[in-house]
Design a protein around this ligand. Sequence first.
Ligand code: ADP
Length: 250
Amino acid sequence: MGTPSDKKLINENGLRLDGRGDEELRPIKISTDILERADGSAFMEWGGNKILVAVYGPREAYPKHTQDIEKSVVKARYNMAAFSVDERKRPGPDRRSTEISKVISEALSAAVMVEQFPRTQIDVFIEVIQADAGTRIASLTAASVALASAGIPMRDMVVGCSAGKVEDRIVLDLSKDEDNFGQADLPMAVLSKNKQVVLIQMDGDLSKEEFARATDMIMKATDRIAEIQRKALSEKYKIENLSESQNGGE
Ligand code: ADP
């Protein structure tokens, strides 16, 4: 969250800088099976964000002391490419990427049936190729699709969205300028069916009422985003079934 400034974020027609209304999402596209060597993969475009996720596992956890005898350990690694932002980002891990990797790992662990795979790890490599605000929840939403496309048993999908405060209005899915110059940013993710919250963070200040409105907007949006996740996965299975029936017909 940058310091609030004089930058106008809402125009004279009451619309946001990119023409969206308060509860409008940026365009979201997800595709699966992008990478041949990964067990599962997904590519997500969410507004200006472009994110690639590769999933490997479950496989024996290494080093051995990281093994959990009761469950699989989900190890997400979030990385922002040096060229993903306006000014070159210093390559390699930093405090922000370590924090995001941790919260994403925890959120995904709540969705995966980790108890079915003791002593293993599931690696989730997240590469942000282009960043435009909201990358942690976009990464998490894409990672969930990549895990499902790897055929890893899951209780549910994780789906996220952010809301925030801009010129004293509560708006959904902050853009980069809104994130930088707005008053608050609230990224949140839930399990799509029972709506259990698996990630919630907040930058800036919201009153109790504003917080309730923001979370309500996010909850409604997660239904729409979950539908995009389902479509991406059903495309995959449609294509697989098609090629199976073609092979069968040879
Ligand atoms: P999120 O991407 O989940 O919203 P932040 O609120 O930390 O996470 O970051 C907001 C946005 O700021 C990012 O999506 C990215 O566009 C930009 N950003 C983050 N880190 C850097 C950086 N080191 N250099 C330039 N821009 C950055």
